[in-house]
Design a protein around this ligand. Structure first.
Ligand code: ADP
Length: 378
């Protein structure tokens, strides 16, 4: 019998959540995890260092397509595999723009995409001039290695970045300065694209962050104008096609107070902004990612209900024990769909999420938050 074998690099919660749809579709999923006991350990898991070409090459020999749970695999490793004929999805030429925020800004600029004003920073004088030209404040980012707000700083003078400027080599030689956008909210447009070209998007969502970490997602985003819906849909398609992205793409955007839609970030894999789709959509982002990277026809992205609300379970301290709290949380919130990632507890860590779908966004939000509160605080 024919077999389809998917290899996922990275053993986090995204690889974990790819497992149920892979099982349903009869796809043999294998994970290359960083360590024993990863979130994805319930799948067939091999432990190894994704920075080493020899390790990834051996792993690639056991599967038909390589995809990712995170974007940290060195481009040189992926380029070597591609040269040897391995199918890497998304390909290294696309992933390069998710790995480096400065390359992303340059490429999106060339495509004419709307973004916050930005500049490449290699010295204090250029940063001071940028801050001065933007009303005395800027957002400064490390182009590589940042996540969940780490590597993002508000700066009002070059001294605020003295430590980063003194260690530029750690960040690929440059920093990225951006205009501090006065936004009314953050939006995300999730989509998927196959190597052979088929493209499909989900409804636009609103994302809310707490200390730089996503905490709530409202699907669909409430009260969005037709113009914004058209713009965000066009942006997602232009980015996916322009950058040659395959699999799931999340384009994170700001809705500025002056009405502009500006691209913040790109994720080329299932993303927190799309967790709602597990219960909220005919096809979840995890199933769609698998279908897309294997170049299988995409599934419907139609919603199952008028609203889906997702609330992240962000660790309160190192004592959180969800299983202990299941009795009370599940009894009090029978509509809540609870997902926990099998991670050890730590303050602020993404340890799971809760989704509620239904006719009322307010009710879904209250139920999801209620369940999350019981799970986190017992
Ligand atoms: P990460 O890669 O860590 O997720 P982001 O670039 O998404 O970092 O930034 C994290 C958060 O910081 C964003 O969700 C947003 O709330 C805020 N932020 C980032 N860039 C800007 C900007 N140019 N203007 C205003 N706020 C910003």
């Amino acid at each position: 019998m024919t077999e389809l074998r998917l290899g996922v690099i990275g053993g986090g919660q995204l690889a974990r959540m790819m497992t149920p749809p892979a099982i349903n579709l009869g796809i043999n999923i294998k994970v290359l995890a960083e360590a024993e006991g990863s979130s994805a350990a319930l799948a067939t898991t091999q432990v190894g260092d994704y920075n080493q070409l020899s390790v990834v090459r051996e792993f690639a020999k056991t599967v038909d397509v390589i995809t990712f749970d995170h974007e940290h695999v060195p481009l040189a490793v992926l380029e070597a595999l591609e040269a040897e004929g391995v199918s890497v999805q998304p390909p290294s030429k696309a992933l390069a723009f998710a790995q480096n925020k400065l390359s992303m800004r340059k490429r999106l600029g060339a495509l004419g995409m709307p973004m916050p004003d930005w500049a490449e920073i290699q010295d204090a004088a250029t940063l001071s001039a940028f801050i001065e030209a933007h009303d005395g404040v800027a957002i400064l980012k490390t182009p590589i290695g940042g996540y969940d707000g780490k590597g993002v700083r508000v700066v009002r003078s070059a001294e605020d970045a003295a430590d980063w400027l003194a260690n530029l080599a750690n960040f690929g030689g440059s920093l990225l300065a951006e205009e501090k956008v006065d936004f009314v909210r953050e939006l995300a447009q999730l989509s998927a694209r196959r190597p052979s070209g088929e493209f499909l998007a989900w409804p636009l969502v609103e994302t809310q962050q707490e200390n730089g970490v996503c905490s709530v997602v409202l699907a669909p985003a409430p009260e969005v104008s037709k113009a914004t819906l058209d713009t965000t849909a066009e942006i997602a398609k232009a980015v996916a096609e322009g950058l040659g992205v395959t699999g799931v793409l999340s384009v994170e955007m700001f809705e500025a107070r002056d009405g502009r839609i500006l691209i913040n970030e790109l994720a080329m894999r299932p993303h927190n902004s799309g967790h709602f789709s597990i219960e909220g959509s005919v096809t979840s982002q995890f199933e769609q990612h698998i279908r897309a990277v294997l170049d299988l026809p995409l599934g419907s992205t139609q919603p199952h209900a008028k609203h889906a609300v997702m609330v992240n379970l962000l660790g309160v301290d190192d004592k959180n024990d969800f299983i202990q709290a299941y009795g009370s949380a599940l009894a009090a919130h029978p509509e809540a769909k609870v997902h926990t990632y099998g991670k050890s507890a730590r303050a602020g860590r993404k340890m799971g999420h809760v989704t509620v779908i239904g006719d009322s966004a307010a009710h879904a939000l209250a139920e999801a938050k209620g369940a999350a509160a019981v799970l986190l605080r017992g």
